[in-house]
Structures are given as structure tokens and as C-alpha cells.
Design a protein around this ligand. Structure first.
Ligand SMILES: [Zn+2]
Length: 394
């Protein structure tokens, strides 16, 4: 933290344990004084999913692996973008307790935070599988973690992100339209659209923000007059106080555009959108910009529990002891949690052979699975979401 003008912990602080809850450091001090360092096996599980959700999307693993790599531990986990249910292990760590115990605050933080955002993002995308949903919520979180927020939003199913730093991490081009502030600064919406078209790179779609001063219907026509064939979409960011019946406003914009030969112009909406808005307006909207609902998503309450000590099953009250494997049926998405040594089971629902989800990522400190491209993790989520629709799991 020293020398840093903003209030966040950097890599060094995290690796030194400066953001560890102090009781982990106290426990370690006592254990070391007694010369104790038992070999333990612990698992990360969630007892529930926020907002009565039935499933979560696992995210945050890459940072956990970067934190634990090089320590004398073995780490197993589900890949990022995996579907998980409450009560099943998503990650396990095996090692001598003093070698990794103080990192519990940090590794849970990475997972709780990123999986919370990915899960919420997935809930949006589930209602909008064939149209784009963009993450526009960086402004509603601390800027130092905006890239982590948007990475998780993307892995959870968002099609694009707004900030340059996040887009760079993801290997994408950032997505954005124009700000109300830009239109006010120029002074006249028509001038604003014409100059946007004049100065912004050709490969950026011309999306006009239409409700700074005018009614949405007239704003859309102003944009169409200004850009003609070059207008790709209009964006409605209608304030809540003016919304009345938002569906009717959007339908009216569509009607007026179509009537004048602009049926190819798409309609984007943003501003206070959540998964219910996406569901309600999916048919008449071409893309959604989502802010607070994703960037301030409830975290997943993961906890870490020791389930084996010196080779013997042991766990606190309320937790099942012994190391476990999670098996998945790819046909109906049913999961089973069984002792690790069990035979691969068949699905109790559809009798398909199930597949294990927990894979070894770090073996005795050595990373044996290289970093997965975020696109692959996102593809995994999307595949799950399509399957969820198919088997009507939601
Ligand atoms: Zn099945």
C-alpha cells in the first residue's frame, strides 16, 4: 500500500498477506511456534446462489492459480465458465497448512467476486442468447478492479466490454457509443452525430445516442437524417423519470424508423437494465448495455473448509469430510458429488455416463495446465446456457 495514491492492494501486498484476515497470521504464528504444519486437503464450496439462483458460473480461477503457483501445493478446480450448484466443491487445495493458509482471504476473494459477476452476467445472457449484451458498469465499481469486473462479465456471457484495460486483457476491441456529455459539449445532437461519423474510425459502428434533449422518436429521426445509410443503430438511455412505458417508446421508435426506410437501423438500450428488462424487451431490442446489475452483482458466498488432515477425513460441523469429485451429465446437466475414489457414475436421470469436473491445475507447486483464453471460458458458459434453455433448468 505504501507509495500508492489510491486505496487498493497491489500484487506485492497480496503475496505478503497484507490483505489476509489477521487471524490467519496469528494461527500460523502459533503453529510455527509449536513446530506443527499438518498436511491438509481443503475444498471451496458455496452454500447457496444469490437471488434464489439455481446455478452459478465459476470464475476467478486464473488469479487463484497465479497466486498459488510456486507454493508447495496441489490445486484442483473446475475450469472457468463451468456450471456449479450449491454444496459442491469447485476448487481444492492440498498441502502443508502453514504454506498456504494465510492466502484464504485472497483466494476466496478472487472466486467470490468473479463468480458473483459471471453468474449475474450469465443470468442476463440466458435471456438474450442470440443478441449482444455489453458490460457498461465499470463506473459503478472501484476503477482499480474494473478489468476484473469486465473479465468476469465477459466469461459469464457478455459479448463485449467498455473499458480499454479490460478489452486488452480479453484480446477484444472495447465497445462504446457516445456519451450524453459529448452531445452536450458539442451543443447540437445533429452536429454531434455528423462529427462522430467524421472523426471516428470507419470500423466503429455509428450508434447515435438519441435522448439527450429530444423525445426518443424525434431523436431517432434526427440521427437518421444526419447519418442516413451510415447510421447503424440508435441508443436509448431514457431516464427512469421519463420512461413511462418503455416498451411503447421503443415500439414507436421502431415504427417511425421503419416507415422512413430505416428498418435496418438497430435499437440499443442502456440505463438501469437487469435480467428482467432483458427478458421483457428481448423481442424489440437489438442489443443491451448493462451497468450496475452486473458490476455490482452479489458475490457468491464461497467458503474454504478442511476435509482431510494427515490422510484422514475430518471436517467441521455442517460440512462433509473427505476429498470429493464432482461429476456432470452433459445431456441433462445433473451433477453428483462422490468420494474422490468412486467409480465414474452414470446419470440417475438419463443414464448417460457422467464426466468429472475437477481437474488438477497445480501439481506440487508446478502449474500443469496453461492459462485458458477467456474466449474459451466464455464459450463454455454459452454452451451451458444453451443447454439450460434446452433442458429448461432455469
Ligand atoms: Zn443426465
Amino acid at each position: 500500500m505504501k507509495g500508492n495514491p489510491f486505496f487498493y492492494a497491489d500484487e506485492d501486498d497480496i503475496r505478503k498477506g497484507l490483505v489476509a484476515d489477521v487471524y490467519f497470521l496469528r494461527g500460523k504464528k502459533i503453529m510455527e511456534s509449536l513446530g506443527l504444519n499438518p498436511l491438509v486437503y481443503g475444498e471451496v464450496t458455496a452454500s447457496g446462489i444469490p437471488e434464489n439462483g439455481s446455478f452459478g458460473i465459476f470464475c476467478g480461477l486464473e488469479e487463484v492459480l497465479r497466486l498459488l503457483e510456486g507454493l508447495p501445493v496441489t490445486v484442483k478446480a473446475m475450469p472457468e465458465g463451468s456450471l456449479f450448484y450449491p454444496g459442491e466443491p469447485v476448487l481444492s487445495i492440498e498441502g502443508a497448512y502453514n504454506d498456504f493458509g494465510i492466502f484464504e482471504t485472497a483466494f476466496l476473494g478472487f472466486l467470490c467476486f468473479s463468480s458473483g459477476i459471471a453468474t449475474k452476467s450469465a443470468r442476463m445472457k440466458l435471456n438474450c442468447l442470440d443478441k449482444p449484451v455489453y458490460s457498461f458498469g465499470a463506473r459503478r465499481t472501484h476503477p482499480s478492479i474494473a478489468p476484473a469486473v469486465e473479465r468476469a462479465a465477459y466469461i459469464g456471457g457478455c459479448d463485449g466490454v467498455a473499458t480499454i484495460a479490460a478489452a486488452e486483457i480479453l484480446g477484444l476491441k472495447p465497445v462504446g457509443t457516445m456519451a450524453h456529455a459529448y452531445i452536450i459539449a458539442i451543443g447540437d445532437p445533429k452536429e454531434a452525430y455528423i462529427n462522430y461519423d467524421r472523426f471516428i474510425d470507419e470500423d466503429i459502428p455509428r450508434v447515435a445516442l438519441i435522448d439527450t434533449f429530444e423525445d426518443e422518436k424525434f431523436g431517432a429521426l434526427t440521427a437518421a437524417e444526419a447519418l442516413g445509410e451510415r447510421l447503424y443503430a440508435v441508443r436509448l438511455d431514457t431516464p427512469g423519470s421519463r420512461r413511462g412505458n418503455f416498451r411503447k417508446i421503443i415500439e414507436e421508435v421502431r415504427w417511425e424508423l421503419n416507415l422512413r426506410g430505416y428498418s435496418n437501423v438497430k435499437i440499443f438500450i442502456s440505463g438501469g437494465i437487469d435480467e428482467n428488462t432483458v427478458k421483457e424487451l428481448y423481442e424489440i431490442v437489438d442489443a443491451f448495455g448493462i451497468g450496475t446489475a452486473i458490476s455490482n452483482a452479489r458475490v457468491i458466498d464461497f467458503s474454504f473448509d478442511i476435509v482431510e488432515k494427515e490422510g484422514k477425513p475430518i471436517a467441521k460441523r455442517g460440512k462433509k469430510s473427505g476429498r470429493k469429485q464432482v461429476y456432470e451429465c452433459k445431456d441433462c446437466l445433473k451433477h453428483r458429488v462422490l468420494p474422490e475414489e468412486s467409480e465414474i457414475p452414470t446419470c440417475p436421470e438419463c443414464l448417460s455416463k457422467m464426466e468429472p469436473l475437477l481437474l488438477t491445475y497445480i501439481d506440487g507447486g508446478l502449474r500443469i495446465v496453461k492459462e485458458e483464453k477467456p474466449q474459451f471460458s466464455r464459450d463454455r458458459t454459452i454452451k451451458y446456457l444453451r443447454k439450460i434453455k434446452e433442458v429448461s433448468l432455469d
